[in-house]
Design a protein around this ligand. Sequence first.
Ligand SMILES: [Zn+2]
Length: 147
Amino acid sequence: MSQAPPRRPSGPPPGPPPRPLPVADEDTKPFWEYTRKHELRVPKCQNCGKLYYPLSPICPHCLHMGADWAKLSGKGKVYSFIIARRRYHPAIPVPYVVAIIELEEGIRMTSNVVDCPPEDVRVGMPVEVVFDDLSPEFSLPKFRPAK
Ligand SMILES: [Zn+2]
């Protein structure tokens, strides 16, 4: 009769869980390379000259393939928002604000509003970009009340 093998601990390693990171692909890699340098840039179509976001290899205005990366001011206002009170990931504490930010260049970007209590966030509130350095590879653009 053989003995049962010693039990090994199961489950995740001790300590705080790692924060989830974005996954860059060929189309989004330049965006993340710029945010790592704390620059907010989006594609500017080489044909019609319009900015666009979400990121795509094809201009949504004229279907042209080919864009330059235009630097944005990082200034905008809260277009809409919710306060997340339910924890969806163990590494992301609640509450936090998920907002659609309307940048002054006309681009709308989903992000977080930080550096202020969630209850103080208002539609139309002026905000400016700030970069959250998640890892050596990824800095997430977030927005704080404009100073
Ligand atoms: Zn275009």
